[in-house]
Design a protein around this ligand. Structure first.
Ligand code: SAH
Length: 230
């Protein structure tokens, strides 16, 4: 169904998402409560984290009524997505909102934190533009939407995975801002696992749908780094 009036999921089916949202809100409240104890790098990380949600929210709403037509998610992809969710969304908030993870802190020089901060504008801009350009074709998983179109314009004109480029920037910034093995650094191997597992499958899925149009697109673009203008 492509209309805006797609039926809402029954309440029971909405429960897991509601529980996750409540946990997220409680953890964010705890992080804000303990903000005076956070380092300046951690505070800046929290601002970028909240901005990431603000950017994604309207697109999550927009795609809600656009049904999934093909789902190629498999257990490995789902496990990697869960690992990213845990290391990027949950553990940093647990660290900021409680003293439990302080034992796993490490020390970094100030310039490293500054590098982390410098990565954030690029992350936020690319995260926003890739959502705007992908529009109703966006999915958190390996999915094709009803009426899926091949996006080759905007930030997709020169690279095929600008959203993943954006998330790489945030993942690399995280340990530079949150100096902790668990809540800072673990996101790097978690996102690496998701990225390397997913990209070949995602490209195969989109190629299967769009055929030679995708081959031509892939030939003139880079994966996560923009191709040169010719
Ligand atoms: N890998 C892209 C998109 C991430 S969202 C990026 O990093 O920017 C994931 C979904 O986007 C996939 O399930 C796939 O259906 C869709 N997708 C990926 N590339 C696309 C493209 N060029 N046009 C339309 N949809 C695309």
């Amino acid at each position: 169904m492509s209309t805006e009036t797609a039926p809402r999921k029954p309440l029971v089916a909405q429960l897991p998402a509601m529980v996750m949202s409540l946990i997220g809100l409680a953890l964010t409240a705890a992080a804000l409560w303990r903000l005076p104890e956070a380092s300046w790098g951690e505070r800046i990380w929290l601002v970028a984290y909240l901005a990431m949600f603000a950017i994604r929210l309207p697109y999550t709403r927009k795609t809600r009524s656009n049904e999934i037509e093909a789902d190629k998610s498999d257990p490995a992809d789902r496990a990697a997505l869960m690992a990213v969710f845990l290391t990027m969304m949950i553990l940093p908030l647990v660290h900021l909102g409680s003293p439990f993870l302080t034992v796993a802190n490490f020390a970094l020089p100030t310039w490293a934190t500054v590098v982390g901060v410098l990565l954030l504008p690029g992350f936020l801009w690319l995260f926003w533009r890739s959502h705007a350009d992908l529009g109703r074709n966006w999915s958190p998983g390996l999915e094709l939407r009803e009426g899926h179109t091949l996006v080759t314009a905007g930030v997709y004109a020169r690279m095929r995975h600008p959203m993943y480029t954006a998330i790489w920037l945030f993942a690399i910034a995280q340990p530079l801002l949150i100096h902790n093995w668990v809540s800072g650094l673990l996101v790097v191997p978690a996102f690496a696992a998701l990225y390397f597992l997913r990209v070949p499958k995602e490209e195969a899925m989109v190629r299967e749908r769009f055929g030679s149009a995708y081959d031509e697109y892939a030939a003139r673009t880079g994966r996560i780094w923009p191709s040169r203008l010719t």
